[in-house]
Design a protein around this ligand. Structure first.
Ligand code: KG4
Ligand code: ZN
Length: 352
């Protein structure tokens, strides 16, 4: 089964072609245009500007995706090889979502193909089933599993007993993990999105100089909270400024280290506690923050230290952040086509 995926929920315009076979999906092509450079100056996304860019680039991005997947002179003719269309219908920015949803509906209508609306967060989880051409699965993802989605907008811990069956164990009460990285980065004068730079700087930072709080770590809940951590970092930055000890590169590095350590400890400990309680066979992480190597290493190490048999999975790093391949992958495993007329963008969509 060949599926075209379309993802435009935030600032990215992405389309991809995947081929689903039994219990895995092969990535045929994956193209992404981002308007991030436009937003870097303002330190965040300007929704209207993002949507205008997406409307401009979606068809060229689609054309490139088709020529890469089918190796043909006439990419539009290759649309006939597609069996279904998958599109993100929420959550996200309304203007941005509409660009993808309306493009997908038009294609479904003109080509008379089934269309599957996909929840962006579910899409992130399904990045774990994607494989490139030369990859062979060494270990299979098995149910029941825990899925930790850590992105710029969400921190959600879900129990999945089978495909499409999600029980939300906990979400964030305030900031998402990626949002915490970005806000802390902004306080330190780092560019947006700050996660990758915080990770790099943290490697050079002494872990003992600062210790920030681990919110809700010991409480009997799978919910998360990162706003207290953000406030603690802000207080420290203000203290340092007041003492006129300038925020030099070395101090920024140690703050990055301490903040990253706090975020990672909370994510890993809570997930492993849930893994034991629900006796899961696999743990899957996904979303932009899942690209963080220190987070991945920490999961592997703690699973080993605690003698758990649970297998740990994380998508290829370029598939952790937003992309359309994950949307197509989710549609393959949850093949629920809907008449195109019934699909509407839902910016507030959640798991429940
Ligand atoms: O999943 P994503 O691309 O977009 C949303 O759906 O939100 O996630 C983006 C988030 C940003 O907050 C970014 O700072 C964070 O993922 N991120 C990272 C890393 N790479 C991206 N956070 C920590 N370490 C990284 N290496
Ligand atoms: Zn995302």
């Amino acid at each position: 089964m060949t599926i075209l995926g379309i993802e435009t929920s935030c600032d990215e315009t992405a389309t991809a072609i995947i081929e689903g076979k039994d219990d895995h999906v092969l990535l045929k092509s994956n193209v992404l245009a981002t308007s991030l450079a436009l937003h870097a100056k303002t330190g965040g996304i300007i929704p209207e500007q993002a949507a205008r860019e997406q409307a401009k680039v979606i068809l060229p991005v689609l054309k490139e995706t088709l020529s890469k997947a089918f190796d043909t002179k006439d990419p539009l003719d290759s649309l006939k090889h597609i069996d279904a269309i998958a599109v993100t219908y929420g959550p996200g920015l309304i203007g941005s979502l509409l660009v993808g949803v309306e493009t997908a509906k038009t294609l479904a209508f003109v080509l008379d193909k089934p269309i599957i609306p996909v929840n962006h967060m579910v899409g992130h989880i399904y990045a774990n089933w994607l494989m490139s051409k030369d990859q062979r699965p060494t270990t299979k993802i098995q149910f029941p599993l825990l899925a930790l989605v850590v992105s710029g907008g969400h921190t959600d811990l879900l129990l999945m007993k089978r495909h499409g069956d999600f029980t939300l164990l906990g979400g964030t009460r305030d900031d998402a993990a990626g949002e915490a990285f970005d806000k802390i980065g902004r306080m330190l004068g780092l560019s947006y999105p700050a996660g990758p730079e915080i990770e790099k700087r943290a490697e050079k930072g002494d872990p003992k100089r600062f210790r920030f709080p681990r919110p809700l770590l010991h409480e009997d809940t799978y919910e998360f909270s990162f706003s207290g951590l953000k406030t603690a970092v802000l207080r420290e930055v203000k203290n340092l400024n007041a003492k006129r000890s300038t925020l030099n590169a070395q101090t920024i590095n140690v703050i990055c280290r301490a903040a990253q350590d706090a975020i990672i400890e909370v994510l890993v400990k809570k997930t492993l506690r849930a893994a034991k309680e629900h006796n899961v066979k696999s743990i899957l992480i996904s979303g932009g923050v899942a690209a963080n190597q220190t987070l991945r290493d920490s999961f592997e190490q703690k699973i080993k230290d605690q003698g758990l048999t649970t297998k740990f999975f994380a998508p290829a790093k370029n598939l952790c952040t937003d992309n359309a391949a994950m949307i197509a992958s989710a549609a393959y495993f949850n093949f629920n086509p809907v008449p195109w007329k019934e699909i509407t963008a839902d910016p507030e969509l959640y798991f429940e």
